[in-house]
Design a protein around this ligand. Structure first.
Ligand code: GLU
Length: 304
Protein backbone atom coordinates (compact mmCIF):
# COMPACT_ATOMS: atom_id res chain seq x y z
CA UNK A 1 0.00 0.00 0.00
CA UNK A 2 1.37 3.41 -0.99
CA UNK A 3 0.29 5.34 2.10
CA UNK A 4 2.44 8.34 1.16
CA UNK A 5 0.53 9.07 -2.08
CA UNK A 6 -2.84 8.69 -0.40
CA UNK A 7 -1.86 10.92 2.55
CA UNK A 8 -0.57 13.65 0.23
CA UNK A 9 -3.66 13.61 -1.97
CA UNK A 10 -6.16 13.52 0.90
CA UNK A 11 -4.22 16.19 2.83
CA UNK A 12 -4.50 18.63 -0.09
CA UNK A 13 -8.16 17.82 -0.77
CA UNK A 14 -9.13 18.18 2.89
CA UNK A 15 -7.20 21.41 3.36
CA UNK A 16 -9.25 22.96 0.55
CA UNK A 17 -12.47 22.48 2.47
CA UNK A 18 -14.28 25.84 2.80
CA UNK A 19 -15.56 25.16 6.32
CA UNK A 20 -12.88 24.16 8.79
CA UNK A 21 -14.65 24.38 12.16
CA UNK A 22 -14.11 26.74 15.09
CA UNK A 23 -11.43 27.14 17.77
CA UNK A 24 -12.24 25.91 21.30
CA UNK A 25 -12.73 28.69 23.85
CA UNK A 26 -13.36 27.05 27.22
CA UNK A 27 -9.64 26.37 27.77
CA UNK A 28 -8.24 29.84 26.91
CA UNK A 29 -4.71 28.59 26.23
CA UNK A 30 -5.96 26.30 23.42
CA UNK A 31 -7.33 29.32 21.54
CA UNK A 32 -3.80 30.75 21.26
CA UNK A 33 -2.82 28.16 18.66
CA UNK A 34 -2.58 29.05 14.96
CA UNK A 35 -5.95 27.82 13.56
CA UNK A 36 -4.35 26.99 10.19
CA UNK A 37 -2.13 24.25 11.63
CA UNK A 38 -2.72 20.90 9.95
CA UNK A 39 -0.50 17.86 10.22
CA UNK A 40 -0.66 14.12 9.63
CA UNK A 41 1.74 11.30 10.46
CA UNK A 42 1.47 7.55 9.97
CA UNK A 43 3.73 4.88 11.48
CA UNK A 44 3.49 1.27 10.36
CA UNK A 45 4.38 -1.74 12.47
CA UNK A 46 7.53 -2.29 10.45
CA UNK A 47 8.68 1.22 11.28
CA UNK A 48 7.74 2.91 7.99
CA UNK A 49 6.94 6.62 8.48
CA UNK A 50 5.04 9.11 6.44
CA UNK A 51 4.20 12.67 7.51
CA UNK A 52 2.96 15.92 6.00
CA UNK A 53 2.22 19.52 7.06
CA UNK A 54 2.65 20.36 10.75
CA UNK A 55 3.38 16.72 11.63
CA UNK A 56 6.39 17.62 13.79
CA UNK A 57 4.71 20.47 15.67
CA UNK A 58 3.74 19.71 19.28
CA UNK A 59 0.19 20.42 20.40
CA UNK A 60 -2.01 19.80 23.44
CA UNK A 61 -3.14 16.19 23.15
CA UNK A 62 -5.89 16.64 25.78
CA UNK A 63 -8.20 13.60 25.88
CA UNK A 64 -5.94 11.46 23.70
CA UNK A 65 -3.93 11.08 26.94
CA UNK A 66 -6.92 9.25 28.46
CA UNK A 67 -5.85 6.20 26.44
CA UNK A 68 -2.48 6.23 28.22
CA UNK A 69 -3.98 6.62 31.69
CA UNK A 70 -6.45 3.80 30.97
CA UNK A 71 -3.58 1.62 29.73
CA UNK A 72 -1.60 2.08 32.95
CA UNK A 73 -4.62 1.65 35.25
CA UNK A 74 -5.74 -1.48 33.35
CA UNK A 75 -2.22 -2.90 33.53
CA UNK A 76 -2.22 -2.39 37.32
CA UNK A 77 -5.79 -3.44 38.23
CA UNK A 78 -6.70 -5.92 35.48
CA UNK A 79 -10.40 -6.74 35.13
CA UNK A 80 -11.13 -5.33 38.62
CA UNK A 81 -11.11 -1.93 36.95
CA UNK A 82 -14.57 -2.49 35.47
CA UNK A 83 -16.13 -2.41 38.94
CA UNK A 84 -15.47 1.33 38.88
CA UNK A 85 -16.45 2.11 35.27
CA UNK A 86 -18.68 0.82 32.53
CA UNK A 87 -17.74 0.03 28.90
CA UNK A 88 -20.76 1.53 27.15
CA UNK A 89 -20.95 4.49 24.77
CA UNK A 90 -22.46 7.50 26.50
CA UNK A 91 -24.21 9.22 23.60
CA UNK A 92 -23.54 12.43 25.54
CA UNK A 93 -20.99 15.24 25.40
CA UNK A 94 -17.54 14.63 26.87
CA UNK A 95 -18.22 16.62 30.05
CA UNK A 96 -21.85 15.64 30.67
CA UNK A 97 -23.16 14.97 34.19
CA UNK A 98 -26.41 13.50 32.91
CA UNK A 99 -25.92 9.73 33.21
CA UNK A 100 -23.98 9.76 36.49
CA UNK A 101 -27.14 10.30 38.54
CA UNK A 102 -28.93 7.31 36.98
CA UNK A 103 -25.82 5.11 37.18
CA UNK A 104 -24.93 5.91 40.82
CA UNK A 105 -21.64 7.60 40.01
CA UNK A 106 -20.35 4.85 37.69
CA UNK A 107 -19.11 6.59 34.50
CA UNK A 108 -20.27 5.09 31.21
CA UNK A 109 -16.72 4.54 29.93
CA UNK A 110 -13.09 5.58 30.57
CA UNK A 111 -13.01 8.22 27.82
CA UNK A 112 -15.76 10.62 28.89
CA UNK A 113 -14.37 13.11 31.42
CA UNK A 114 -16.11 11.40 34.36
CA UNK A 115 -14.48 8.07 33.44
CA UNK A 116 -11.04 9.60 32.99
CA UNK A 117 -11.39 11.32 36.38
CA UNK A 118 -12.16 7.94 38.03
CA UNK A 119 -9.08 6.48 36.26
CA UNK A 120 -6.97 9.29 37.79
CA UNK A 121 -8.41 8.39 41.19
CA UNK A 122 -7.46 4.72 40.63
CA UNK A 123 -3.90 5.69 39.68
CA UNK A 124 -3.56 7.90 42.77
CA UNK A 125 -4.68 4.99 44.98
CA UNK A 126 -2.24 2.56 43.35
CA UNK A 127 0.93 4.62 42.80
CA UNK A 128 3.27 6.20 45.36
CA UNK A 129 3.99 9.22 43.15
CA UNK A 130 1.15 9.15 40.60
CA UNK A 131 2.19 12.14 38.47
CA UNK A 132 5.84 11.11 38.22
CA UNK A 133 5.16 7.40 37.73
CA UNK A 134 2.55 8.08 35.07
CA UNK A 135 5.01 10.33 33.26
CA UNK A 136 7.68 7.62 33.43
CA UNK A 137 5.20 5.15 31.96
CA UNK A 138 4.45 7.37 28.94
CA UNK A 139 8.09 8.31 28.51
CA UNK A 140 8.83 4.62 28.18
CA UNK A 141 5.85 3.96 25.91
CA UNK A 142 6.73 6.88 23.60
CA UNK A 143 10.53 6.69 23.86
CA UNK A 144 10.42 10.39 24.73
CA UNK A 145 12.51 10.86 27.88
CA UNK A 146 11.80 14.62 27.97
CA UNK A 147 8.01 14.39 27.76
CA UNK A 148 6.42 16.58 30.43
CA UNK A 149 3.19 18.18 31.60
CA UNK A 150 2.52 21.76 30.47
CA UNK A 151 1.88 24.05 33.46
CA UNK A 152 0.57 26.74 31.14
CA UNK A 153 -2.17 24.51 29.70
CA UNK A 154 -2.99 22.79 33.01
CA UNK A 155 -3.31 26.15 34.81
CA UNK A 156 -5.47 27.55 32.01
CA UNK A 157 -7.85 24.59 32.28
CA UNK A 158 -7.78 24.57 36.09
CA UNK A 159 -8.88 28.21 36.19
CA UNK A 160 -11.93 27.39 34.05
CA UNK A 161 -12.62 23.71 34.78
CA UNK A 162 -15.95 24.18 36.53
CA UNK A 163 -17.64 21.20 34.91
CA UNK A 164 -14.78 18.84 35.76
CA UNK A 165 -14.85 20.06 39.37
CA UNK A 166 -18.59 19.37 39.40
CA UNK A 167 -18.11 15.90 37.87
CA UNK A 168 -15.44 14.89 40.38
CA UNK A 169 -17.43 16.08 43.39
CA UNK A 170 -20.62 14.48 42.08
CA UNK A 171 -18.89 11.10 41.65
CA UNK A 172 -17.35 11.51 45.12
CA UNK A 173 -20.87 11.88 46.55
CA UNK A 174 -21.60 8.33 45.28
CA UNK A 175 -18.36 6.99 46.82
CA UNK A 176 -16.66 6.27 43.47
CA UNK A 177 -13.82 8.76 44.08
CA UNK A 178 -11.65 7.51 46.96
CA UNK A 179 -9.12 10.36 47.19
CA UNK A 180 -9.33 14.10 47.78
CA UNK A 181 -11.13 15.63 44.74
CA UNK A 182 -8.58 18.47 44.57
CA UNK A 183 -5.73 15.98 44.17
CA UNK A 184 -7.68 13.93 41.61
CA UNK A 185 -8.50 17.00 39.51
CA UNK A 186 -4.94 18.28 39.73
CA UNK A 187 -3.74 15.00 38.23
CA UNK A 188 -6.51 15.04 35.61
CA UNK A 189 -5.60 18.55 34.42
CA UNK A 190 -1.92 17.57 34.20
CA UNK A 191 -2.83 14.46 32.23
CA UNK A 192 -4.75 16.57 29.71
CA UNK A 193 -1.89 19.08 29.40
CA UNK A 194 0.59 16.73 27.70
CA UNK A 195 1.96 17.99 24.40
CA UNK A 196 3.09 15.74 21.55
CA UNK A 197 3.42 15.95 17.77
CA UNK A 198 1.57 13.78 15.22
CA UNK A 199 4.82 11.92 14.58
CA UNK A 200 5.27 11.17 18.30
CA UNK A 201 1.63 10.17 18.74
CA UNK A 202 1.48 7.82 15.78
CA UNK A 203 4.68 6.11 16.93
CA UNK A 204 3.45 5.84 20.53
CA UNK A 205 0.07 4.39 19.55
CA UNK A 206 1.59 1.53 17.54
CA UNK A 207 1.46 -0.61 20.73
CA UNK A 208 -2.32 -0.83 20.19
CA UNK A 209 -1.83 -1.99 16.61
CA UNK A 210 0.72 -4.53 17.85
CA UNK A 211 -1.24 -6.51 20.46
CA UNK A 212 0.03 -4.38 23.36
CA UNK A 213 3.76 -4.57 22.53
CA UNK A 214 6.13 -1.74 21.63
CA UNK A 215 7.32 -2.06 18.03
CA UNK A 216 10.95 -1.16 18.72
CA UNK A 217 11.82 -3.75 21.40
CA UNK A 218 8.71 -5.99 21.55
CA UNK A 219 8.34 -5.03 25.21
CA UNK A 220 4.88 -6.05 26.45
CA UNK A 221 3.05 -2.96 27.79
CA UNK A 222 -0.31 -4.76 28.18
CA UNK A 223 -1.72 -8.15 27.16
CA UNK A 224 -3.22 -8.79 23.68
CA UNK A 225 -6.65 -9.09 25.31
CA UNK A 226 -6.27 -5.71 27.05
CA UNK A 227 -5.07 -4.18 23.79
CA UNK A 228 -8.13 -5.57 21.99
CA UNK A 229 -10.42 -4.15 24.66
CA UNK A 230 -8.86 -0.69 24.60
CA UNK A 231 -9.28 -0.68 20.81
CA UNK A 232 -12.91 -1.76 21.24
CA UNK A 233 -13.49 1.11 23.66
CA UNK A 234 -11.87 3.58 21.29
CA UNK A 235 -14.14 2.38 18.49
CA UNK A 236 -17.33 2.63 20.55
CA UNK A 237 -16.53 5.56 22.89
CA UNK A 238 -13.49 7.45 21.54
CA UNK A 239 -15.44 10.39 20.07
CA UNK A 240 -18.16 10.93 22.69
CA UNK A 241 -21.52 11.56 21.00
CA UNK A 242 -19.85 11.28 17.59
CA UNK A 243 -18.40 7.78 18.15
CA UNK A 244 -20.99 6.09 15.94
CA UNK A 245 -20.26 8.58 13.19
CA UNK A 246 -16.50 7.94 13.37
CA UNK A 247 -16.98 4.15 13.24
CA UNK A 248 -19.45 4.61 10.38
CA UNK A 249 -17.28 6.94 8.29
CA UNK A 250 -13.73 5.95 9.21
CA UNK A 251 -14.08 2.36 10.39
CA UNK A 252 -11.13 2.32 12.81
CA UNK A 253 -10.69 2.61 16.58
CA UNK A 254 -9.63 6.14 17.46
CA UNK A 255 -9.44 8.84 20.10
CA UNK A 256 -9.87 12.58 19.81
CA UNK A 257 -8.82 15.49 22.00
CA UNK A 258 -10.20 19.00 22.26
CA UNK A 259 -6.75 20.31 21.24
CA UNK A 260 -7.69 19.15 17.72
CA UNK A 261 -5.74 15.90 17.64
CA UNK A 262 -7.08 12.51 16.57
CA UNK A 263 -5.30 9.17 16.67
CA UNK A 264 -6.60 6.10 14.83
CA UNK A 265 -5.31 2.54 14.90
CA UNK A 266 -5.47 -0.11 12.20
CA UNK A 267 -4.64 -3.31 14.14
CA UNK A 268 -1.68 -5.31 12.79
CA UNK A 269 -0.83 -2.46 10.40
CA UNK A 270 -0.41 1.14 11.54
CA UNK A 271 -1.29 4.03 13.81
CA UNK A 272 -2.04 7.46 12.35
CA UNK A 273 -2.29 10.88 14.02
CA UNK A 274 -3.94 13.99 12.57
CA UNK A 275 -3.99 17.50 14.02
CA UNK A 276 -6.07 20.52 13.06
CA UNK A 277 -7.16 22.70 16.02
CA UNK A 278 -10.53 23.88 14.70
CA UNK A 279 -13.38 21.75 16.03
CA UNK A 280 -16.79 20.57 14.92
CA UNK A 281 -19.86 20.96 17.20
CA UNK A 282 -19.04 17.67 18.99
CA UNK A 283 -15.63 18.99 20.12
CA UNK A 284 -13.68 16.82 17.64
CA UNK A 285 -11.24 18.15 15.02
CA UNK A 286 -13.23 19.22 11.97
CA UNK A 287 -10.51 18.55 9.39
CA UNK A 288 -9.16 15.59 11.34
CA UNK A 289 -12.48 13.77 11.00
CA UNK A 290 -12.71 14.63 7.29
CA UNK A 291 -9.12 13.59 6.62
CA UNK A 292 -9.51 10.17 8.24
CA UNK A 293 -12.80 9.52 6.49
CA UNK A 294 -11.17 10.21 3.11
CA UNK A 295 -8.00 8.35 4.06
CA UNK A 296 -9.75 5.06 4.79
CA UNK A 297 -12.01 5.54 1.77
CA UNK A 298 -8.97 5.82 -0.51
CA UNK A 299 -6.84 3.15 1.18
CA UNK A 300 -9.87 0.81 1.36
CA UNK A 301 -8.50 -0.61 4.61
CA UNK A 302 -10.64 -0.64 7.74
CA UNK A 303 -11.38 -3.17 10.45
CA UNK A 304 -14.66 -3.96 8.68
N1 GLU B 1 -9.26 18.58 29.23
C1 GLU B 1 -10.48 18.52 28.50
C2 GLU B 1 -11.64 18.62 29.44
O1 GLU B 1 -11.61 18.06 30.49
C3 GLU B 1 -10.52 17.26 27.71
C4 GLU B 1 -11.70 17.16 26.77
C5 GLU B 1 -11.35 16.57 25.43
O2 GLU B 1 -10.18 16.58 25.03
O3 GLU B 1 -12.27 16.11 24.73
O4 GLU B 1 -12.61 19.28 29.20
Amino acid sequence: MNYKNIIEKVFLDTNNFPDKGIMPNYIPELANVDPAMFGVHLTTLNGENCGIGANLEKFSIQSIAKVFSLTLAYKILGEEIWKRLDVEPSGTKFDSLLLLEINNGIPRNPFVNSGAIVICDILISNLDNPKEEFLEFIRDLSDLPDLNYSDKIADSEKANGYRNVALCNFIKSFGNIKNDPTEVLDFYFDLCSLEMSCQQLSYTFTYLANGGKKITNNHKMISPSQSKRINALMLTCGFYDESGEFAFKVGLPGKSGVGGGIVAVYPNNYAIAVWSPRLNPHGNSFLGMKFLEEFTTHSELTIF
